[in-house]
Design a protein around this ligand. Structure first.
Ligand code: PRX
Length: 640
């Protein structure tokens, strides 16, 4: 099924009149194209250089390298000058009882005050600051304040455990943490400051903790270390001149091996890309009320709640709560209340609201909507159709945007005024983006109707520059399997029209409710308790989460725990090591795992079992112990 582009396509910023020409310039003269796009920002010194990159080792990626700018000045000051009264942020609290409109003038005042506080705590250009906060305006102030003084922020999602937080603090060498006493999500209190306290028992380097009092709860404060945030509005902090290639932030993300990686993004290229893609893909114009439901702790929150929209002087909505609290009409009510015109969310939210039933849509009109977006995982056809017909009443194009923490911004997506829509297809590359499909040997598959590994053969300004503190890991992870390409880790198919259909990860990375988790990371966590000697983790299709987590575990022979106790131990250890987002959906205690004779776990076999695709298991005779396969099938089937 194809949904043709809107007949009134000319009213879109990018439409059939200007698309072809822009596309051609971006393809033929990418450096000139991107330098031209960089003009959308205010520079203290406009760059003369555009892209300067190589994907062969030693991998090096630079954009606008002789340019100087300040990211905060671009997101705040220039709009506070030109449109001081325009609303920058509309914040809605968890209960839905408070809606706060924050103008660009107020945003400047607040960000300035936060920057002053950070400076008082000794934060200087280049220092790393951990931000562990709920979705309240202060998280935006803290990020922008770091950008103002040239500090590098690393936001850690509030759902991560103290152990995960400690690992990130240690890896980036932060000396300052900004947090809140508590967060509130779906009516539940989240003990953020208590989590920070626990994390700091493990890492000694943090000198100061800045605490925003969000709820009325008093939390213990460590004398000399912890400071309650009290904004001082009387001191001006001048935006620091920042080189385009100076780091803006580090964001940790899971890969197929080892600890989460600190994805490093720099300044000029990142903001050019986030702002351009935000404006053109969502067709965001002056009067739009734009709402992306992502938490600021993820890349989507960075690029499309904060940096992109604010760089464009847009009005961006920040919501503290969750889609189904107190009821599954929560998002639709906010859309009506605020007259949201552009709405961007994740398939997992769409599926859970779809499951809650259409009656939750009946009391709202959603008349203000004109563009819908999806991100985080492939959106299945049924969810797409429901989003399009029920939520958008067949009036709003859906942009299914494919991208990653590493890419900084959207790479493959329809443009609402240009492309025909195909449910479940992310369709076409954005301007200047050159995706390829590779076969297992790394050859480009050039015909349409092909399926392969999705890689990029040219850089773009929003691309990550390195893994913080480990450039070798950056090269190894993304550029070694297919030299000369950036390999995304995703599989994709291209149809006869050249449209891309993402088929999911081809590595050991799970995508659970749009959250990325490495199987290795979960396995390591699960074996920390001495009752468990080995585990293997695989994903399986899950109606709401997209992918669920299945753990196969071998218990220690000495354990006296029964099966239910062992399962509880595994669940609790994973939750405390990583956080509730990594909670397993199914756990099986087994006697052995399918391994090759050299000891490698055959996760492929476990994946077949997890999906009940027994016929795909194939020949198991080369396994060290072939009989374990039947044993595991027996255990899994006994449950179902
Ligand atoms: O597998 C792809 C999936 O999410 C992965 C990136 O996850 P993360 O870095 O956490 O960033 C999520 C938000 C950008 C990708 O490798 N993914 C993201 N968007 C889509 C998607 N898969 C299919 N279609 C999408 N639109």
């Amino acid at each position: 099924m194809i949904y043709p582009k809107p007949a009134d396509g000319q009213s879109y910023l990018i439409n059939s009149n200007n698309y072809r020409q822009l596309h051609q310039v971006a393809e033929v003269e990418p450096n000139a194209f991107w330098l031209d796009m960089a003009k959308r920002l205010d520079w203290m010194q406009f760059p003369t250089k555009s892209g300067n990159w190589q994907f062969q080792k030693p991998v090096s990626i630079k954009w606008f390298e002789d340019g100087v700018l300040n990211i905060c000045a671009n997101c705040v000051d220039r709009h506070a000058d030109s449109t001081p009264d325009k609303t920058a942020i509309i914040w809605v609290n968890d209960q839905g009882t408070i809606t706060t409109y924050i103008s660009y003038a107020t945003l400047l005042k607040e960000v300035n005050a936060m920057a002053f506080s950070l400076q008082n705590l000794g934060v200087q250009k280049g220092d790393r600051v951990i931000i562990y906060m709920p979705m309240i305006p202060e998280i935006a102030y803290a990020m922008l304040a770091c950008a103002r003084i040239g500090a590098i922020h690393s936001v850690v999602f509030g759902g991560f455990s103290p152990e995960s937080l400690a690992g990130r603090i240690q890896d980036c060498g932060a000396k300052v943490v900004v947090t809140a006493n508590e967060g509130i999500r779906g009516g539940k209190l989240i003990p953020l400051k208590a989590n920070v306290d626990k994390a700091l028992l493990q890492v000694a380097q943090v000198k100061k903790v800045l605490v925003v009092n969000h709820t009325s709860t008093n939390v213990p404060m460590v004398e000399g270390r912890d400071v309650v945030y009290a904004p001082n509005y009387n001191q001006a902090v001048v935006p620091e001149p920042i080189n385009a290639e100076d780091p803006l932030f580090i964001l940790y993300t899971s890969g197929s091996t080892g600890k989460p990686k600190g994805v490093l993004h720099t300044s000029g290229g990142y903001l050019t890309y986030a702002s351009l893609t935000h404006q053109w893909i969502f067709d965001c114009k002056y009067d739009d009320i734009y709402w992306c439901t992502a938490d600021a702790g993820w890349i989507t929150g960075h690029s499309y709640v904060i940096y992109g929209p604010l760089a464009n002087g847009a009005t961006t909505v920040m919501f503290e709560g969750v889609p189904n609290y107190p009821n599954p009409d929560r998002l639709w009510k906010i859309i009506d209340d605020l007259k949201v015109s552009i709405f961007y969310t994740a398939p997992t939210a769409i599926r859970s609201l779809m499951q809650a039933g259409d009656e939750w849509l009946q009391t709202t009109s959603r008349q203000s909507l004109r563009v819908l977006g999806s991100v985080g995982e492939p959106i299945n056809q049924e969810a797409w159709e429901w989003y399009y017909h029920q939520v958008g009443k067949a009036q709003c194009p859906i942009v299914d945007t494919w991208w990653q923490t590493e890419t900084g911004g959207i790479l493959i997506t329809p443009l609402p005024g240009v492309h025909d829509l195909k449910p479940s297809s992310a369709t076409q590359p954005f301007f200047g983006i050159q995706p390829v499909l590779l076969d297992e040997q790394g050859h480009e598959i050039n015909d349409n109707s092909a399926e392969g590994r999705l890689a990029l053969k040219a850089s773009w300004p929003g691309q990550m520059r390195t893994v913080y503190g480990d450039h070798g890991r950056f090269e190894e992870t993304y550029f070694s399997q297919f030299p000369g390409y950036y390999f995304s880790g995703d599989g994709a198919r291209r149809d006869d029209d050249g449209d891309y259909w993402l088929t999911g990860r081809v590595d050991d990375v799970l995508n659970v409710s749009g959250h990325r988790l490495g199987t290795a990371e979960i396995e390591t966590a699960a074996t920390l308790d001495h009752s468990i000697i080995e585990t293997a983790v695989v994903g399986f299709p899950h109606a709401i989460k997209g992918e669920g987590i299945m753990v196969f575990a071998i218990s220690a022979s000495h354990t006296t725990h029964n099966l239910e106790e062992l399962k509880a131990i595994i669940k609790n250890t994973i939750r405390s090591q990583i956080g509730p987002i990594a909670s397993p959906d199914e756990i099986y205690i087994v006697k052995g795992l399918p391994k090759t004779r050299s000891g490698k776990i055959m996760r492929r076999i476990l994946r077949c079992i997890a999906r009940s695709e027994f016929e795909k298991i194939g020949d198991v005779s080369t396994l060290a112990e072939p009989s374990v396969v039947d044993h595991i099938i027996g255990i899994v089937c006994a449950k179902t």
